[in-house]
Design a protein around this ligand. Structure first.
Ligand code: PMP
Length: 428
């Protein structure tokens, strides 16, 4: 019996499902979660002492790899000065200034402690300033779990939202309209019908919660134009893409100015931080200067701010994103070539430091394309790689992440391991 199995059994006796976020439980791929003990650069080490090349990166925050020396030093220094004050600290201003330098559209920010809080706040603000209740999201889009966003469409149709989870009031979900990612006409149709009631469109500018699907040319421009035409706000949920696809996020990469932006993951460097930001006139509607309620005991925590600041500073190194993209390209091209050698239908997507792998013929542009990929092959691929010391996200619907700590040797080792697994997949 492994130490990981024992740890899981023990956790199950006291933690709901044995995990504190459901995707960690390996339900999507079968088997049991691996309990980790420590991380170093591109590697994770489990409680049985096994090493893995990690492509999860704590689900996105660890763009510098595990336990980066500068980040851990900044955290230790901040911790030594006190863990929390519940009063403003200059670190909050420093981090906000750093974010604004990278994303000039965020004139004012408000820090929170998770991506969920950030999107919840953005929606409340959008509803408050427009005086409208409806929001548009995309099928396969995930924005954390505010009730209004825990909604999906029925089988690809454009429908009034139905809750994804028990406990979400149907009356609330009815205010959430669901469109098709990369299909601006589907958004246009919703505006044509409900235009005067729509407060906002919220979109992951590169879809990262239905694996990884980049926007098609012109998609975001159409969203921007529709929002302007109907007086709705465009919310870019850059919790995943912020500082991941480019220093200035997807809004810089695609040249689109959203009204509100939500951030998380990298902005906290591995500690719990989220943020919402936008023009001063909008953001000043939040309490205390405006009437829209928002608050948080742990918001702007000094240790978390220090981790975020130390992380963002390192992203400005010359060539940072070029190197990251090269590593991602080496990985996706290497995997595609290996799959082709073994006759396995396989497609990859990539933007900056994030990528997607699909057991399907490409291109993969829509939610339905993602859904037609072979989930059973992914499951076998995942477990094959895990056995060879490569840790992918335990779900066919998550983007993968490369960090600055991944070396060309790590990528080659990953491709070599995948080659072995592909050779088994092509058999009976
Ligand atoms: N938005 C996006 C795009 C995300 O990927 C996530 C989390 N994966 C969230 C929001 C929610 O963030 P958190 O888990 O920190 O609440």
């Amino acid at each position: 019996m492994t130490a990981s199995h024992r740890a899981f059994m023990r956790a199950r006796s006291v933690i709901a499902g044995g995990v504190n976020s459901p995707v960690r439980a390996f339900k999507g791929v079968g088997g049991e979660p691996i309990f980790m003990q420590r991380g170093e650069g591109a590697y994770l080490f489990d409680v049985d002492g096994r090493r893995y090349i990690d492509y999860v990166g704590a689900w996105g925050p660890l763009i510098l790899g595990h336990a980066d020396a500068d980040v851990t030093r900044a955290v230790a220094d901040a911790a030594a000065r006190g863990l929390a004050f519940g009063a403003p600290t200059e670190g909050e201003t420093e981090l906000a200034l750093e974010v604004r330098a990278l994303m000039p559209g965020l004139e004012r920010l408000r820090f929170v402690s998770s991506g969920t809080e950030a999107t919840m706040t953005a929606l409340r603000l959008a509803r408050a300033v427009t005086g409208r209740d409806k929001v548009v999201k995309f099928e396969g889009g995930y924005h954390g779990h505010p009730d209004s966003l825990l909604v999906k469409a029925g089988s690809g149709a454009l429908t009034l939202g139905v809750p994804t989870s028990p406990g979400v009031p149907a009356a609330l979900a009815a205010h959430t309209l669901v469109a098709r990612f990369n299909d601006a006409d589907s958004v246009g149709a919703l505006f044509a019908q409900h235009g005067n009631d729509i407060a906002a469109v919220i979109v992951e500018p590169v879809a990262g919660n239905m694996n990884c699907v980049p926007p098609v040319a012109g998609f975001h421009e159409r969203l921007r134009a529709l929002c302007d035409q109907y007086g709705a706000l465009l919310i870019f949920d850059e919790v995943m893409t912020g500082f991941r696809v480019a220093a200035g996020g997807a809004q810089a990469l695609f040249g689109i100015r959203p009204d509100l932006t939500t951030l998380g993951k990298i902005i906290g460097g591995g500690l719990p931080v989220g943020a919402v930001g936008g023009p001063a006139a909008l953001m000043d509607q939040l309490l205390p200067d405006g009437p829209v309620f928002q608050a948080g005991t742990n918001s702007g925590n000094p240790v978390a701010m220090a981790a975020g600041l130390a992380t963002l500073k390192k992203l400005k190194a010359p060539g940072f994103y070029e190197t990251l993209s090269q590593r991602v390209a080496a990985l996706t091209v290497g995997l595609s070539e290996a799959a082709a050698r073994h006759g396995v239908a396989f497609t990859t997507n990539a933007v900056g430091g994030m990528f997607g792998l699909f057991f399907a013929e490409g291109p993969v542009r829509y939610y339905d394309d993602v859904m037609r990929a072979d989930a059973d092959r992914f499951r076998r691929f995942f477990h094959g790689l895990l056995g060879l010391g490569v840790y992918l996200a335990p779900s066919a619907y998550e983007a993968g992440f490369v960090s600055a700590a991944h070396t060309p040797a790590d990528i080659s080792a990953t491709v070599a391991a995948a080659e072995q697994v592909f050779s088994r997949l092509s058999g009976p």
